[in-house]
Design a protein around this ligand. Structure first.
Ligand code: DAT
Ligand code: MG
Length: 137
């Protein structure tokens, strides 16, 4: 069995709404192991690297502004197929339509079409996980 790592971020909305513990508990309950954890004030430079694939898209600036609006909690979780598994726990990008039972589906609120306020980030491949972990840790 191969063990994978993923980067999980609790975004500023999740931290501000005191959902950090509830979100981390769901990931642990699924059976994944918390390897690293810290609270971070992101910088524009860090976010530019993290969201490099989205530079130039219409939602890029609002996304970066949102991620600078408060502290973020960064975690590394480990486990078999944790990258796919965490994204399944998180639910689809838009909290309004994310399935009930998922983090975004259960805790996401519609703040007026601000899709970026979707509580969590999870890496989407082994390559992006290793790239993102280097950026945040
Ligand atoms: P995900 O976080 O589900 O991997 P993504 O990588 O496509 O989604 O986008 C990164 C973040 O950017 C996402 O969590 C929220 C924001 N975002 C994506 N698409 C958006 C859109 N159409 N409008 C506003 N924000 C968006
Ligand atoms: Mg993504």
């Amino acid at each position: 069995m191969t063990t994978e790592r993923t980067l999980v971020l609790i975004k500023p909305d999740g931290v501000a709404r005191n959902l950090t513990g509830a979100i981390l508990a769901r990931v642990e309950a699924k059976g994944y192991t918390l390897a690293e954890l810290k609270k971070v004030e992101a910088t524009r430079e860090l976010l530019e690297q993290h969201y490099e694939e989205h530079i130039g898209k219409p939602f890029y600036e609002p996304l970066v502004e949102f991620m600078l609006s408060g502290p973020v909690v960064a975690a590394i979780f480990e486990g078999h197929r944790v990258i796919e598994g965490f994204r399944s726990l998180a639910g689809t990008t838009d909290p309004t339509t994310a399935a009930p039972g998922t983090i975004r589906g259960d805790f996401g609120r519609d703040w007026g079409l601000k899709v970026q306020q979707n509580l969590v980030h999870g890496s989407d491949s082994t390559d992006s996980a290793e790239r993102e972990i280097k950026i945040w840790f």
